[in-house]
Design a protein around this ligand. Structure first.
Ligand code: PLP
Length: 440
């Protein structure tokens, strides 16, 4: 029986999607290779977003496909509770090799959301292992996105993600102010000058609750999903100094920023700031198989190990932690990053992409352009009473012209695979420019 060109769309409840609108005007992808998607109508679409910030090595990489298919024939699945498989240890070692010095204990998950919940639990277990069981309070940040688990939305600061569940979020959570300020920082290139002092709000939160109750502070070094918020110069350094002073763990959510997005292994490496835990996902496996991980300072890991009276040291894990297909994909992906020096490539392209993005300055709809590494955020003035509508129209116009961009609220976010060429970068931003000209 031949498949209909378009399937019945009614059964699928799509995530983070205007389902009803989508189903009236579906956009379906049927194939991907290199920098391009192919739609069900046969259109080639330049991927300016690396899928969802995750396909860093580009689509359809033969080495990853080969690794996954070989693995699934050899070992389709292996439980990872009380038994292991060799690639899980190899993959952990390979991931640890890209982390800042000391963060060399790796716990595998299947997604960023799971990595966040895992990191929060490790932080709390660590304090308990040291006899500080009262340290359970978690500090996130306004506008933070840490996935959609109850832990992640509790420390996260995106109102729409929290609203339905507001009475059920984790207790004992507080939030730092976000760092976005158009009056001070609009059109900054790289890290903005203004805003380091916003980290000092942590001292006020500590004074309010007492450091002895606080387990961890969690932030994205560069906030992606909320609309590309770049850390002011000196801000993360101060968060690190304050957390260290008070014995509070610092967790970086590097689900987006690790694996070359900023031209380095991690944002931590780029900025020279070493947190205690790093949450990872997305680029870890080039998104070919769902995967995530937490990189943990060795002394945190060791403390939890040593506190155990024998048996399982940490009651946490997933059926698919270190799934053989995920570890095969991770190993093949990290190999490509290394062989093709893709992080250095991204670092080299960043000024070109930054300049291409900033050339759009002056368009009346644009109120800010922010760039760091291979990321650009273009914030548009919202239409009165219709937040998000203008960016959605630009997204649709770009898609019709064969360029996939992403938008959250009224900010367009650009984060192409690290294999992007200069010509493709020029096309991305000229298409956005044209779309803006035609958008009311
Ligand atoms: N943390 C950050 C910074 C993210 O950007 C995301 C996803 O976009 C997540 C966590 C959640 O990851 P996942 O969607 O894989 O659960």
């Amino acid at each position: 029986m031949t498949q209909p060109a378009q399937p019945d769309l009614s059964s699928l409840w799509m995530p983070f999607t205007a389902n009803q609108q989508f189903k009236e005007h579906p956009r379906l992808l049927v194939a991907a290779k290199g920098m391009y998607y192919t739609t069900h109508e046969g259109q080639q679409v330049l991927d300016a977003t690396a899928g969802l910030w995750c396909v860093n090595a580009g689509h359809g990489r033969e080495e990853i496909i080969e690794a996954i298919s070989t693995q699934t024939r050899k070992l389709d699945y292996a439980p990872s509770f009380q038994i292991g498989h060799a690639d899980s240890f190899r993959a952990a070692k390979a991931v640890a090799g890209l982390m800042p010095e000391g963060l060399d204990r790796i716990f595998f998950t299947n997604s960023g959301s799971e990595a966040i919940d895992t990191a929060l639990k490790i932080a709390i277990a660590y304090h308990r292992s040291r006899g500080e069981a009262q340290r359970t309070r978690l500090i996130g940040r306004e506008r933070g996105y840490h996935g959609v688990g109850f832990g992640g939305i509790s420390v996260g600061g995106i109102a729409n993600n929290r609203r339905n569940f507001s009475s059920m979020l984790l207790p004992h959570v507080d939030h730092l102010p976000h760092t976005h300020n158009l009056e001070k920082n609009a059109f900054s290139q790289g890290q903005p000058e203004w805003g380091a002092h916003l980290a000092d709000e942590l001292e006020n939160i500590i004074a309010l609750h007492d450091a002895s109750t606080i387990a961890a502070v969690i932030v994205e070094p560069m906030a992606g999903s909320t609309g590309v918020l770049i850390p002011p110069k000196g801000y993360l350094e101060r968060l690190r100094a304050i957390t260290q002073k008070h014995g509070i763990l610092l967790i970086f959510d590097e689900v987006i920023t690790a694996f070359g997005r900023l031209g380095y292994n991690t944002a931590s490496q780029m900025l020279g700031i070493t947190p205690d835990l790093i949450a990872l996902a997305k680029g870890i496996s080039n998104a070919a198989v769902p995967a995530g991980a937490v990189a943990v300072q060795r002394n945190i890991h060791d403390s939890i190990m040593q506190a155990s009276s024998g048996g399982i040291e940490f009651f946490h894990g997933y059926t698919y932690s270190a799934h053989p297909l995920a570890t095969a994909a991770i190993l093949a992906t990290l190999d490509i990053y290394e062989r093709e020096q893709l992080f250095a490539r991204a670092r080299g392209l960043a000024p070109f992409m930054g300049a291409a993005a900033h050339q759009l300055k002056g368009h009346p709809h644009i109120i800010d352009i922010r760039t760091l590494g291979l990321v650009a955020g273009i914030e548009l003035k919202p239409r009165p009473g219709q937040p998000g509508a203008r960016a959605q129209e630009v997204f649709e116009r770009c898609f019709d012209q064969g360029v996939l961009v992403r938008y959250t609220g009224d900010t367009l976010a650009i984060s192409p695979p690290l294999i992007v060429s200069e010509d493709e970068i020029e096309r991305i931003f000229s298409t956005i420019g044209e779309a803006l000209k035609n958008t009311a």
